[in-house]
Ligand binder design. Sequence first.
Ligand SMILES: [Zn+2]
Length: 333
Amino acid sequence: MKKQSHTSSFSPSLGGGWGEAVIAIDLGGTIIKIGLLKEGQLVDRTEIIAQSASGLKAQLPELEMAINQMLKSNQLSVTEVLGIGFSFAGLVDSSKNRILSTNQKYDDGPDTDLVGWAMEKWNWPLFAMNDARMALLGEWQHGAGKGCSDLVMVTLGTGIGSAVLIGGELLIGKHFQAGNLGGHFVVNHKGSACTCGNIGCVEAEASTWRLPTLLKEHPEFSESLMKNEEVLDFRALFHHAGNNDRVAKEVLDHCLSVWAAGIITMIHAFDPELIILSGGIMKSSSVILPALQEKVNNLAWMPWGKVKLVEAKFPDSAALYGADYLVRSSINK
Ligand SMILES: [Zn+2]
């Protein structure tokens, strides 16, 4: 079920002497990305269609095949790889490298021994981390957060993820969830039920999974051109809002206000110098960024100045870069 074949961005003339390579895996709900990195550079990558509803264990044989194929096509031996960095969309114990909790994807994750799998197949160490934290590491080391010590990463997509860096250290917490649950900050205590069990979370009020209900609940939905859309997603919402469709504009304004409320709470909680925004919804960054920056400037308590909101530099591969950094920094401890 390979979605695309290997794409290589490096010159074959590099030849042997690979030294220390890293395999990076970013296990998303719909796509699994696998990268090969050398000296911090992504030199090869491939993608597999995810079967997240079938569980994580069922996905491992296909992952193994893709990794072995990547080693072969890059003429790399098993001993030339330092280890695997594994990015996962759920709560992860990054000291034992185990998945702690999932939310409707790969629900057998907590029962899956990833470290044992990598050791048995290739004799490699495996280091696992939550995907928003991994993307933050990648953007911090190579992307929009380079040179900063205090960052918040927010991913706007099917759900909403977050991660926090304070004083150059990832915020982890006693149970590995500190800074990770920005999508579940409550912005409306009388609001909608969330998948997490709480009420009125940011992602329960404005996210891709919530959007169709938001639109259908609008009293004038039947008069909006949105009703003709087969898929009620943010692409359609931005399109119709741009054409002055009143329902689309009102729902979009609601979503921007919800995201701003969540981000302002993150600013008050974590005191970052920069907020990096990523995720599928950020394809419309030209609308989102200025609107959110204006709301943040007007509403957040920042006596020192203005926190800057920026777009991720590597929205598609930050977690792969982060996985590479995690493996190297863990081995060199
Ligand atoms: Zn929630």
